[in-house]
Design a binder for this molecule. Sequence first.
Ligand code: ADP
Length: 209
Amino acid sequence: MELNKRQTEILEIVKMDGPITGEQIAERLNLVRATIRPDLAILTMAGYLDARPRVGYFYSGKKTVQSVADSMIGMKVGDFQSIPVVVADTVSVYDAICQMFLEDVGTLFVIDKSSNLSGVLSRKDLLRTSLGNNELEKIPVHVIMTRMPNITYCKKQDTLLYAAQKMIDQQIDSLPVVIEKEEGLEVVGRITKTNITAAFLSLAEDHEL
Ligand code: ADP
């Protein structure tokens, strides 16, 4: 459930100064009690607030499960994505390894000459090729990458839960965030397990768990 601006303000007031009466909350907002009655009812029914007769409203820290679930469902890829690191499909495996170290990422996305997503290179893809091979400058990455159409990707507006599910299902560490165009996929971001962990932590912070 998404709270509106006034409900959020009420929640803040109660968190800071609860127990507090409906009358007092309304006063703080320069409103009359009747105006905020529906908001108080929603907040109470949704489990954010508890109301005790003759005491007032107080913040019900215990009932945050629903609000945590609501926040989790509301998390979007676009709010947590990182900057993508891309390489051309013609670069050598050697250069890709250097790039991976320089940029401090675990996955590189590969683009073709029209700048569309054409592949993915993971740490193990590069490690596998490096084993017993000392001509890494001569092997272009398109020979070893996982290629389209076998790339799992997501879009900014997808939920973070969708992205997390994809990563678990496919047993991969990251997804390119793309914009679908007629000519192909434009890479605009990346979602990794680290982003998911950061989102998980932000839930704890937002809800003072
Ligand atoms: P690592 O190789 O370091 O374990 P991953 O688990 O991400 O990293 O990669 C496992 C395999 O899956 C690699 O061969 C990689 O090319 C491929 N891969 C990684 N990400 C994707 C993706 N988004 N879509 C398709 N294949 C991927």
